[in-house]
Design a protein around this ligand. Structure first.
Ligand code: ADP
Ligand code: MG
Length: 401
């Protein structure tokens, strides 16, 4: 694992210093109210530790996808109430990330005070990882702390660029995540199974092509399975499916074959004509019997049982993406069943199980087994890239210990 400096490498007294702290404030919202503050709670220890050591803490984060424009509905200030609530401290909002407005704010802040800078993605240089923007932000700080593991797979100015112009430390949440992942998967015992499901097919295909070289069993479910089944000539009806990725799916199957990785696609599926809870048209059938007006919404009971047997032969499991549309019953059946099998094997000490992804975590919570998994990461994209063995740019750029 990359070695990196942590908050333990900072002086005990930070009075008079300015900490630029990258956190994850990309919080789910409904009607202008934050609906889940997990990400804030994750970074609270880092923020409070720095403040309590006397630093002036400047928070940096992105919110939504404003694509380099100032979009008022995507101001990170929308999260400030939630952040103040979690921290139990007042947080000052600064509508810039660099320049005189930030300088002015620093003049007002006292040691131990916390401020939130505006959405980093309002500036084009953020996603372009423009060194000039990184330098402009860095001009107002003494050191940089990255506590946003979930954004570490992106080389942006606030996630990577800053680490090249300031001493760069991993925050407590980042440190905990990397330590846990390393402990669980740093030297995985074989056989290894990977479950990849969910809906973001195109963004996950790339991961699959790398995973097949690393795992012994690749279990494909969710919308992802439909794309592979279609590539194999199966009629998937109205299912969520990316037909234009058939060639990519074929190439992944070939690569798996060459690497000695067994790919598991479902042979029975749960289908319905309409996407609703317990629809009248619900039925289970062989993958070759899906009608043109049906959609596959879960993998079937036979496939689920076979997969549970595969897990019994494995020592390590990595999981991203639910096997079906688990939010709507009964399309949670396979996900819940396999999650419970994995949890039971983990509890027996037979399996090390690591899962990641926003919806995957929700699905494991729904199954009531998240706590039984060896480790669960809320990060989606970063977890996947970690899973395929990529070095995350935001981690790589931290100051070496
Ligand atoms: P994660 O957030 O864990 O990375 P994704 O965002 O890729 O996972 O996918 C989760 C979504 O995939 C869920 O909302 C689930 O309903 C959906 N999904 C899974 N299987 C299917 C399917 N067969 N058809 C439609 N949607 C599906
Ligand atoms: Mg998701």
């Amino acid at each position: 694992m990359t070695s990196f400096k942590t908050l333990d490498d900072l002086p005990a007294d930070l009075t008079g210093k300015v900490a630029l702290v990258r956190v994850d404030l990309n919080l789910p919202m409904a009607d202008g109210v934050v609906t889940d503050d997990t990400r804030v709670r994750a970074s609270a220890p880092t923020i409070l530790e720095l403040a309590d050591k006397g630093a002036k803490v400047l928070l940096l984060a992105h919110f939504g996808r404003p694509k380099g424009e100032k979009v008022s509905t995507m101001s990170v200030s929308m999260t400030i109430d939630a952040v103040q609530h979690v921290l139990g401290r007042e947080v000052m909002f600064v509508p810039e990330i660099a320049g005189p407005v930030v300088v002015q704010s620093l003049g007002i802040l006292r040691p131990g005070d916390i401020a939130m800078l505006e959405n980093t993605r309002f500036w084009k240089g953020e996603e372009a990882n423009d060194p000039e923007l990184a330098k402009a932000i860095a001009a107002n700080g003494d050191f940089y702390v990255n506590d946003a593991f979930s954004a570490a797979h992106r080389a942006h100015a606030s996630t990577e660029g800053l680490a090249h112009v300031l001493p760069a430390f991993a925050g407590r949440a980042m440190e905990a995540e990397l330590t846990a992942l390393e402990k669980a998967l740093g030297n995985p015992e074989r056989p290894i199974a990977a479950v990849v499901g969910g809906a973001k097919v195109s963004s996950k295909l790339d991961v699959l092509s790398h995973l097949v070289a690393k795992v012994d069993h690749l279990i494909i479910g969710g919308g992802m399975a439909n794309t592979f089944l279609a590539a194999r000539g199966v009629n998937v009806g109205k299912s969520l499916c990316e037909h234009d990725l058939a060639a990519t799916a074929e190439a992944i199957l070939d690569a798996a074959d060459k690497a000695g990785c067994t790919v598991h696609l479902p042979y029975d599926v749960v289908v319905a004509k309409e996407f609703a809870a317990n629809p009248a048209s619900l039925r289970t059938c062989n993958v070759h019997e899906v009608a043109a007006d049906e959609m596959i919404l879960d993998i079937g009971p036979q496939a689920t049982e076979a997969l549970a047997d595969v897990l019994k032969t494995c020592r390590t499991l990595v999981w991203n993406g639910p096997l079906g549309a688990f939010e709507t019953p009964p399309f949670d059946t396979a996900t819940v069943a396999l999650a419970r099998s994995a949890a039971a094997l983990t509890s027996e000490g037979a399996l090390v199980s690591v899962a990641g992804g926003g919806d995957t975590v929700a699905a494991l919570n729904h199954a009531g087994v998240a706590a039984q998994f060896s480790y669960v990461s809320t990060a989606g994209g970063a977890f996947l890239e970690w899973m395929e063995g990529k070095e995350l740019p935001g981690v790589k750029a931290l100051s070496p210990a």
